[in-house]
Design a protein around this ligand. Structure first.
Ligand code: 5GP
Ligand code: MN
Ligand code: MN
Length: 466
């Protein structure tokens, strides 16, 4: 493997052995040296071997090992002649983040920290079970798959403003007919739930503003309390991924490369089209899942403070999208896989109501450090198909984290004045803040690479862990 540093924030993996394009990893020298392992660089190279890949196989500074594609990976394919790969989307289809501003200051919040966090823990169920998910009928579920937030709007569970502040307005067109009964069964009772492990709900304090004008336009104030939710398509999306990976293994016209996890199909093939359709259904399900969580957060804040939190943005960081991009001076339709990577369309490319600013980009860090709101920079259209990182990214596996930090995380959070409500002790250790890269360094790197710039920084106040 020949990896070269080509500027302060860019590494190139030269084309070799069947790679159709080079690999590009955006990272600072320090971050690269201490946190990028050979396994994930191999994955960047494997992705570069897929047919129809355009320009490069990209990775963001939060890169780490994933299923087939690295997490933090970005790859675009010709929408006619390229491929689609479930490994480039991930098992949690439309895993993503939503952020609300509450209008409550940190000082107003603190006296009620325990009651409010405990209520959030109850109202937005976490852990593997699905108690207290929203009850929906199977015809409702079908409508959710087909129309996403439009269904929530029609049932008074989302406002126009919520739709405006959700990626793709929370509704991606599809038939709703390619999701198995088993997948539907798993999702049925899980709407409005967090799920386990890495998923969380966090109350935060706005601790730093880098761009007052943009922060104001996004509706975020200094010292205000925000609430961030990280969840995706739960069992439904996982089952869709499982179903289609199995079907692709059995289909004779699927595209196989050296890595069986990179199984893919031509975009224009019956199974390729079906997977894309089913992935879009699962994405709509995830948009509704986050929306119901937001709805429940609102009712908790209405009860305790008499205020209704406003949605700043809800976005996907595991998804493949059909988009138009300029390649070699010409506009073309491509399928962009963002796997643990976030769309960050800048001013001029973002859709309404963010045409003039770019849309907010939500970057969780860890429950012991910080999180950010960024905005995409114009250069990213050329450098990463309008994409930036999705978090800080793991440096330790869950097992390693437990071995190293079991019994220590409670004390660390206490010292940092973060009140934690984990579903289990285990999850607290697996998610030890030290098991992630330093979010400040990751944000520095995406800024340095001209992909996105910081607007606001938030620090954790209390956290509910799946
Ligand atoms: P993923 O989608 O890859 O599981 O995780 C997204 C990112 O969320 C991780 O890379 C990590 O930086 C961040 N993260 C994980 N747990 C927490 C948490 O409890 N609070 C915050 N603010 N961020 C977290
Ligand atoms: Mn997820
Ligand atoms: Mn995620």
């Amino acid at each position: 493997m020949n990896v070269r540093r080509i500027d302060d924030y860019t590494y190139m993996i030269d084309k070799e052995n069947g790679m159709n394009v080079p690999g590009i990893v955006y990272s600072s020298e320090e971050l690269f040296k201490k946190s990028v392992d050979e396994g994930s660089l191999k994955q960047v190279m494997n992705v570069a071997k897929l047919p129809g890949i355009i320009k490069a196989s990209y990775a963001m500074p939060d890169i780490h090992l994933g299923y087939g594609f690295p997490i933090g990976g970005v790859a675009a394919f010709d929408a006619e002649t390229g491929i689609i790969s479930p490994g480039g989307v991930g098992y949690d289809i439309n895993c993503g983040v939503a952020l609300v501003s509450t209008g409550i200051s940190f000082d107003e919040f603190m006296p009620k920290i325990k009651e409010v966090t405990d209520d959030l823990f109850i109202e937005i169920p976490s852990g593997l079970t699905s108690r207290k998910g929203l009850k929906v009928s199977s015809s409702d579920l079908n409508e959710i798959l087909r129309s996403g937030l439009k269904w929530a709007y029609e049932h008074d569970l989302a406002t126009r403003d919520d739709m405006d502040h959700t990626e793709d307005h929370g509704s991606i067109e599809n038939s709703g007919e390619n999701v198995s009964k088993a997948a539907q069964q798993r999702g049925m009772s899980q709407i409005g739930t967090l799920g386990a492990g890495n998923h969380f709900l966090e109350v935060q304090k706005v601790s730093q503003i880098f761009d007052y004008d943009l922060a104001g336009k996004f509706g975020i104030k200094m010292n205000e309390v925000t609430v961030m939710v990280h969840t995706g398509s739960r069992g439904l999306g996982h089952q869709v991924a499982t179903d289609y990976i199995r079907m692709l293994r059995e289909a004779d016209y699927s595209v196989k490369t050296s890595d069986p996890e990179l199984i893919s199909a031509p975009v224009r093939s019956p199974i390729g089209e079906k997977y894309i359709d089913a992935m879009r259904s699962a994405a709509n399900f995830a948009f509704v899942n986050r929306q119901i969580a937001i709805y429940r957060i609102r009712s908790v804040f209405e009860k305790h403070f008499g205020v209704t939190p406003r949605l700043i943005y809800s976005l996907a960081h595991n998804i493949a999208k059909e988009e138009n991009h300029v390649v070699d001076g010409e506009s073309m339709k491509v399928i962009v896989h963002r796997k643990g990577a976030t769309r960050a369309f800048p001013a001029g490319k973002a859709s309404s109501p963010f045409e003039d600013t770019g849309h907010p980009v939500l970057i969780p860090g860890s429950m012991g450090t910080a999180s950010y709101v960024l905005v995409g920079l114009r250069d990213n259209l050329d450098k990463s198909f309008g994409t930036t990182c999705h978090g800080s990214g793991r440096v330790l596996s869950r097992n390693q984290a437990v071995k190293k930090y079991a019994g220590l995380v409670e004390k660390e959070l206490q010292e940092k004045n973060v009140y934690a409500r984990p579903a289990t002790k285990q999850v607290l250790y697996e998610e030890a803040p030290e098991s992630y890269k330093n979010v400040d360094e990751v944000v520095d790197a995406v800024y340095g690479a001209s992909l996105a710039k910081p607007v606001v920084k938030m620090i954790p106040v209390s956290v509910v862990k799946g």
